[in-house]
Design a protein around this ligand. Sequence first.
Ligand code: HEM
Length: 212
Amino acid sequence: MKNIKEVLIYSGFERFWHWAQAGLILFLAFTGFEIHGAYSFLGFGDAVRYHNIAAYLLIVLIAFAIFWHLTTGEWRQYIPTTKNIAAQLEYYVFGIFRNAPHPTKKTVLCKLNPLQKLTYFSLKVFLLPATLTSGLLYMFYRYPEGGTTASLTIETLRTTAVIHTACAFALAAFLITHLYLITTGKTVTANLKAMLTGFEDLEGSCEPESGK
Ligand code: HEM
């Protein structure tokens, strides 16, 4: 018989950080694409103003999140692994449509599957830092130097803008995929409920269920 228990898988801070980050990134995408010229809603000036405020809030949130990851040791959950990665991919491409069992089990100490580890690792180590850095370069392309105003050249600024926009598209692609994948837990709403309440029904260890 399976030993299923409702366990706390996401702490209060983790849930706050997750939803605050999601909200800020959505808001930054919304204001950012207005700055980009995709549509007009707030007006260019306000879009820039709110985009800058949200950017500062995101930086503060990320600083707290880094502290939390380091002090709780939760950063270890995100170390990428190749173990079971093919089985996980096969599950998303074929298994899920045939009602196959999940190839890996979720536990408190191992709550991410190999593809999630790889995706979230890339997000934290490459995509978010690239978005932040290009955003800050965009913000401070003029800076005081010896009583005058120095600036990056217009060419550098164009490259910065292109990199920042590319990061924004990559984040939008991540969000869309993420929204689909959260529906692929034990039930359609199990993952969403876990990130809202912190609790999820879990069993067993980190070992693969199907032995793949
Ligand atoms: C800390 C993070 C961020 C900082 C510091 C930042 C900063 C900036 C700045 C200064 C601009 C130019 C505003 C102007 O024209 O005066 C900008 C534009 C933009 N941002 Fe951000 N941003 C950040 C995060 C994001 C995120 C998370 C997204 C989307 C998911 C995003 C999407 C955009 C887009 C699409 C543009 C327009 C780019 C263009 O067409 O040139 N930004 N950002």
